[in-house]
Design a protein around this ligand. Structure first.
Ligand code: SAM
Length: 211
């Protein structure tokens, strides 16, 4: 088995981000991932050269790779050891410079670092446990000086959303409505782009820091 075949097999078996590396310059993503990439292209393309981007919950680093191909300087953080291991192998295979950090995103982690953009897709719900409420999270994001590319992941149709969240976060029920999240975000950011619900899976917001 070649290195590339092994890498693609590991991505497939560990599955959270579905994609296949074709060669050093090309990745094919599943429809769900491609939806987010399309939003990213429409927002970031041509605007991120040398900009510092934090990819929270980066998983195998698909979005960090896309943004690095757009000449951004990416840092990805994820507490999943296997995900970071694969992300590093993907990065090395593609010959890219990306800084991957194994760990959870917490308030303390961000306090000394500066980013131009923060992307947080399909992992916002994992941050709840580290914060009092949505307000605290968006206030923290705002304090970094970054604009945010954000997905609340509350629109998934492949399983019953409420059932899923109730199981995962039984004591945090009060946190998970889309309106609450958006209301908190809008206190600190201008909503300048709201993605469609392509395939009902991903619901993207592009939030700019108020001037
Ligand atoms: C559903 S995946 C989303 C991956 C990617 N952002 C995407 O949109 O395809 C959620 C990721 O969040 C990561 N995660 C879980 N808790 C986290 C935390 N406290 N801080 C940062 N990432 C976290 C998981 O390990 C997982 O890789």
């Amino acid at each position: 088995m070649t290195e590339l075949e092994k890498l693609n097999k590991d991505i497939e078996e560990n599955y959270l981000q579905k994609f296949e590396i074709v060669d050093k310059n090309q990745i094919i993503s599943s429809e769900r991932e491609q939806n987010t990439i399309d939003h990213m292209l429409s927002i970031f393309n041509g605007k991120v050269e040398n900009k510092k981007i934090l990819d929270i919950g980066c998983n195998f680093g698909l979005f960090s790779v896309m943004l690095t191909w757009m000449k951004a300087k990416c840092t990805g953080i994820d507490p999943n050891e296997k995900a970071i291991e694969i992300a590093n192998r993907v990065k090395d295979y593609l010959g890219l410079k990306i800084n991957y950090v194994l760990g959870k995103f917490t308030k303390e982690w961000l306090s000394k670092k500066k980013f131009n953009y923060i992307i947080c897709t399909s992992c916002y719900h994992y941050l709840w446990g580290h914060f009092k409420n949505h307000d605290e999270i968006f206030k923290l994001f705002h304090g970094t000086g970054a604009d945010i590319f954000f997905e609340d992941a509350l629109d998934m149709t492949d399983y019953s959303c409420n059932e899923y969240f109730t199981k995962q976060f039984p004591t945090e029920k009060h946190l998970y409505t889309k309106e609450l999240i958006l209301d908190a975000a809008k206190k600190y950011f201008d909503l300048s782009y709201m993605g469609d619900h392509l395939n009902g899976t991903r619901h993207i917001y592009w939030m700019k820091r108020e001037k």
